[in-house]
Design a protein around this ligand. Sequence first.
Ligand code: ATP
Ligand code: MG
Length: 573
Amino acid sequence: MRFSRLLVPTTKETPNDATLASHIFLIRGGFIQSVSGSGLYNFLPLGKRVLDKVKHVVKDELDKAGCQEVSLSFVTPASLWEESGRYEKYGKELLRFKDRKDNEFVLGPTHEEMMVNLVRQSVKSYKQLPLNLYQINLKFRDEIRPRFGLMRGREFLMKDGYSFHTTEEDMKREFALMEETYKKIFTRLGLEFRVVEADSGAIGGSGSKEFMVLADSGEDTIVVCDACEYGANIEAAVRQEKPCEASVPTLAQEKVHTPDITTMEALSAFFNVDPYYFVKTVAMKALYDEGKTQIVLFALRGSDELQEVKACNAVDANDLVEATEEELAEVGLVAGYMSPLNAPEGVRVVLDENLKGAVEMICGANEEGYHLTGQKLEDTDMDHADLVAVQEGDLCACCGAPLRYTKGIEAGHIFQLGTQYSEPLGATFLDENGKSQPMVMGTYGIGVSRLLAAIIEQNHDEKGCIWTKESAPFALYIMVSNIKDDTQLDFGEKLYTQAQEAGIDVVFDDRKDRFGAKMKDYELIGIPHAVIIGKKLAEGKVEFVTRKGMEKEEVDADAIFDIVKERLCSSSS
Ligand code: ATP
Ligand code: MG
C-alpha cells in the first residue's frame, strides 16, 4: 500500500472528551472517527486493518478449537426476548423499536436468544451435539455513559460464541477448552492478561471467568494473589475468614442511648469496641421486573464493606439503588440506627456469612438515638450470603498469602450457562433413550473492538501507538525522506516491491511531506518496524527502526532486505 493513496487523517489535536491514551491515539492516528460523540465510531482504513488483524487471530484460534462461524441478524425479534424473560430485565441498555407493521424488535446487545433459536430449529438429536457456534458481529448497548473511545462504545464488535451439550460434564470440558483457546488468542495478540473468577451478571448461571488485560486505566478492580494463581473480579472475590485480634466485648444485653453517634468510627470510639463486633446495616432499594421494588437491609460486620454486585445477586434483583431517607422512614427505618434484628415488616434482610453465629454484637435498635449491645445473631433463620468486598491485605482463600488490588480491562468473558436459556426457549434434544432433555449451554464473549483500545493501553509511549506483531495494521513501513531524490525514491520503490513479493504487509511512505512530519506520523501510527531511506544512502547506509523504544540502527543498504526478513520473522512483538 502506498501511503500517498491511503486515507489516514492524522491530527495533532487531542479530542475534547478523550483522556485515555488509546482513545487519543486511535483518533489522532486516523484509525477511527467519532460519530456525533456518543459511543459510535467509524473505522477508517487503518482502524479497519487492525480490526481485521485482531478478528483473524480470534477466528483462527476458535476454528482450530473446532468452533464454527455463523452470522446472525443484528436486529432481533422482541418476542424471543420475551420468551427468555429478558425483555424487561435487560433494562435501558436494550434498544427497542418497531417496524412499519408495528412488530417489536431489539438491537442485539448479546445473542443468547438468537443462537438458541437457531439451534432449536436445527438440532433434534444427541447425535448432533456437542456444537460450538460463534459469530464476530455488531452489538448495540445503550450504555448510560459511553466513554473512553472503543473501550465502552454503544455499538461495538463482539465475538460471541455459544456451545450446546448433552451433559453438564461435556459443557465443562468445552468451557475449559475455551479458557485455553482464549489464553492463546490474548497471548498471540501480545497482551499481558490475567484470567479471573467473575460475577455472572445479567446473563446469570454459575461458573464464569473474565480475561482481564492489565492496565492502570482499566475500569475493573481485580483482586490478585501473587503467591498463587488466584485472581477474581472484586465483584466475585473471596477471602479467608478474617479473624479479629481485639478482645471480645463483654457488654450487657441492653439498649444504650447513642445520640448523633452513627458512623462506625464514632461508635467504635464511644463503646471502645472493635468494629468487628458491630453489625453494619446497609439499606438499599432492590429493583425488580414490572417496576416492583423492595427495601433490603444488608448486614455485615463493621470491619467489612458491602460488595453491591454480590448484594444484588443475593436478592436476585435487576439492580440496587440507594434508599432515600424518606423511603426508609416510610417502612419505619432510621438511617444510622438500623438493624437486621427486629426489622420492620416488609423489609427483607440478608446477613453476611461472617455474621453466622456472631455473639456479643452491637447493632442499631431500629429506633432513633439507640443501639443494642450484647446481641446474638446465632439463632436467626434469616437469609445468609457472601456480601463482603475483599480488601487489600485480606488473605487468599487458596493459599493464605495477602491479596492485592490491580486494574484490568475486561476483554473476554466465559460463562457456564447450564439450561437457563434452553429451558424457557425449549431447546431440547432426544437422548439415547428417546427422552427429550434441555441442552446444556456455555457462552463465550470477546470484546473485539475493545481489544484495539486494550492493546494500545498496554502498548504506547508519549508519541503514539506501538502495535503488537499480530495486531499491527502493517508489519513494515518504508519511508523515503526526500521524495525528490531519485536515488532514494528508486531504492525505496525497489525495496517496497521486494517486500510485497515476499508477502510482507508493507506500507510505502512516498508522500511529498517533510521528513519530520512523516516521522511524527510513523510514531503516532506505531507500525512495529520501519526502514528509513535518507541522505546516508549515498554512503550505502539506511536506517532500520523498531517502534518500541524508537531504536534506530544504521545498516548496509545492500543487506536491508535480508535484515527486514530476519527481524520481521524473529520478533515476537
Ligand atoms: P462491562 O462489564 O465492561 O460492561 P459486560 O460484562 O457487560 O462488560 P459481556 O456481556 O460480558 O460484557 O460482553 C462480552 C465482552 O464484550 C466483554 O468482555 C467486553 O470485552 C465487551 N464489551 C461489553 N460491553 C462493551 C462496550 N460497551 N463497548 C465495547 N466492548 C464491550
Ligand atoms: Mg462481562
